[in-house]
Design a protein around this ligand. Structure first.
Ligand SMILES: Cc1ncc(C[n+]2csc(CCOP(=O)(O)OP(=O)(O)O)c2C)c(N)n1
Ligand SMILES: [Mg+2]
Length: 604
């Protein structure tokens, strides 16, 4: 073969652009600056194959790419200039890193021959061209090539690193001269470099797991983000039916099973479901599929609240060995791709009986009787005005198709949607789960819609979340991306206020107040209109569904602002678990409660 491979003379950024086109990347999203002039210039020559999208803040470029990946399972390029544009993306990369989603970020970097001299916007006092070290804890790997001819190698390494094993964001910090200079190169053939294949678990461990599951009387499957990332929802559901086991989900795992399935036992953790927690805590065997057992999902490890491991015996599937045994002792570790591990487990269990035989067990009746729905009705059916967020999202969902995508960021809406939105399919519940970033909702929703142009996309943001990236209404307007932004306006950071009240008995700096002490809210409908969107204000629960339906029917970007309750008792999701928040001696009552719970935690 040698001597027959075609070389091409390409600039650094042309190599990048041509490589992205070979990988089928449809969009490059970011804000140009002198640090990435060469890139935006090179993109101009390939508008036939890759489109440049503008956002109004670099954080949003990464959230948008992240939202796209969460829906499509394929990455985009996010790009920035050098310096502040680059550092603006850190929260986006951290969000992607914590939730194991793939984003390729290119930041501009000082010319190699001028590194350290103090190029405009260079960070150089501790190390020349030092931007990437800011990103070190939030990327799987980063590169700062010094020569153009390094780029083909760097790109196929970056691509595989981003997408193989446990996915994650990667950073290419590209010096301006390396962007501009040309070299004779061979572009990597994606096929020849692709790290295809699914890592399988050890066969003897699969046998042990199957034996444990066969003997289990109260098995529970815990589906995390890994189940969705590995496209293992079908296997999760089949295994649940084979075992008669309920499936509970974490934030990232919501959608791993159709939540109307009779074995779907809802979410687990502190703002989740009572049925999910009760079943998981009383399981004899817990099978976890790609979940980290965070404090939020595991009720800070307090025994018997969400889990009791031991005495429950844990079979843990994870692609990343560092998650195995991290928070609970493991009886059977299965270091593997979730889909492959579940397929092997199903094969080891052998053929079952009838598909719905599980319906005859007492355990099944218990799963069906778990009294959660009635409790949810209290807030979800409430007629009060200003309405509960629970009612608001019920009405929003009434206006949408079953396969609609819902997107949330931090705040009460994130917990409410986790607890009450009925998710029917994987990759339709998109949230900044592990890092729980505010400001995620709107830009990620734009990315979600670009990934699924045939789906309805509803971005449900708290006013605080929305106010962090609302400038992306401009991006939605310019792209004419039909996302429906629902702003739940309670004049404050109510989730934080609620926590203050619970844990400290008083609140501070969480209400949006005018100097006279009255509540402050911008006019969100006017803001939407100001950006050129169809926008409405809604105050009555009965008006929410028609307003959202009208907004979706416009076929363009839209905004529905909803006044929601500021009353802490009914503002947010029901607390269903336990969360360990350290409390000072100044609040003895709350501190005693915390210490009592802490004494029962199992992680030590
Ligand atoms: C970027 C960022 N800053 C701060 C926080 C801490 N935080 C979590 S929720 C929240 C308030 C969210 O307010 P809002 O979006 O209005 O929702 P609400 O709880 O009021 O319904 C804050 C400040 C965070 N998660 N992310
Ligand atoms: Mg709020």
């Amino acid at each position: 073969m040698s001597g027959t491979v075609a070389t091409r003379r390409l600039s650094g950024v042309q190599i990048l652009v041509e490589y992205l086109i070979r990988q089928g990347v449809p969009y490059a999203v970011g804000i140009p600056g002198h640090g990435s002039w060469s890139l935006t210039d090179a993109l101009l020559d390939r508008t036939d194959a890759i489109r440049t999208l503008q956002v109004m803040h670099e954080q949003s470029a990464v959230h948008l790419a992240d939202g796209y990946y969460r829906v499509a399972g394929r990455p985009l390029l996010a790009f920035t200039s050098i310096g502040p544009g680059a550092t603006n993306t850190v929260i986006g990369m951290a969000t992607a890193y914590v939730d194991s989603t793939a984003v390729l970020l290119m930041t501009g970097s000082a010319h190699t021959y001028m590194r350290g001299h103090g190029v405009l916007q260079e960070l150089e006092r501790r190390h020349v061209a030092d931007n990437p070290r800011i990103f070190e804890p939030v990327v799987k790997e980063w590169w700062q090539p010094s020569r153009v001819d390094e780029l083909p190698f760097v790109l196929h390494r970056a691509w595989n690193q981003m997408l193989s094993g446990r996915p994650g964001p990667v950073l290419l910090d590209l010096p301006m001269d390396v962007q501009a200079e040309s070299a004779e190169v061979v572009l990597p053939e994606p096929d020849e470099r692709e790290a295809r294949g699914r890592a399988r678990p050890a066969a003897d461990d699969v046998e042990r797991a199957a034996r444990l599951l066969r003997a289990a009387r109260r098995p529970v499957i815990v589906a995390g983000g890994g189940a969705i990332g590995a496209a293992a929802s079908g296997e999760v559901t089949t295994l649940a039916e084979r075992l008669g086991a309920p499936v509970v989900t974490t934030w990232m795992g919501k959608g791993a099973i159709d939540e109307t399935h009779e074995l779907a036992a809802q979410t687990i953790g502190d703002t989740a479901s009572t049925c999910g927690n009760e079943l998981a805590a009383s399981a004899d065997v817990v099978l976890s599929v790609g979940c980290r057992f965070t404090d939020w999902s595991a009720s800070s490890y307090r025994k018997g609240v969400t889990f009791a491991i031991p005495p429950s015996r844990l079979i843990q599937i994870d692609i990343d060995p560092r998650e195995i045994g991290k928070n609970y002792p493991v009886e059977v570790p299965l270091v593997a791709d979730a889909k492959a591990a579940l397929a092997d487990l199903l094969a080891a269990l052998g053929p079952g009986g009838r598909g719905d035989e599980y319906r005859e067990t007492a355990y099944y009746r218990e799963i069906q009787e778990a009294a959660w729905r009635e409790q949810m009705e209290v807030k979800s059916a409430s007629d009060r005005v200003p309405m509960t967020q629970a009612r608001a999202i019920r009405e929003v969902q009434r206006a949408t198709d079953p396969e609609a995508i819902v997107v949330t960021g931090a705040g009460l809406p994130q917990g409410i949607v986790k607890q009450r939105w009925v998710t029917r399919a994987p990759r339709t519940h998109i949230t900044s789960g592990g890092f729980s970033s505010m400001g995620f909702t709107l830009p990620a929703a734009i990315g979600a819609r670009l990934a699924a142009p045939e789906r309805q996309v509803v971005a449900i943001a708290g006013d605080g979340d929305f106010l962090q990236t609302m400038q992306e209404l401009a991006a939605a307007a310019m792209l004419d991306t039909p996302v429906c932004v629902v702003v739940l306006d309670n004049s404050g950071w109510m989730s934080i206020k609620g926590g203050q009240q619970t844990f400290f008995g008083r609140t501070a700096a969480t209400d949006f107040l005018k100097r006279d002490g009255s509540s402050y809210s911008p006019d969100y409908a006017a803001i939407g209109q100001g950006f050129g969107l169809h926008a409405e204000q809604v105050n009555d629960p009965a008006d929410v569904c028609p307003a959202v339906a009208r907004a979706l029917a416009t076929g363009g970007p839209s905004l529905v602002a909803i006044k929601v309750s500021r009353d802490l008792a009914d503002a947010g999701p029901d607390k269903t678990g336990w969360w360990d928040v350290p409390i000072s001696e100044q609040h003895p009552e709350q501190r005693d409660a915390q210490l009592a719970g802490r004494a029962e935690e199992q992680h030590l």
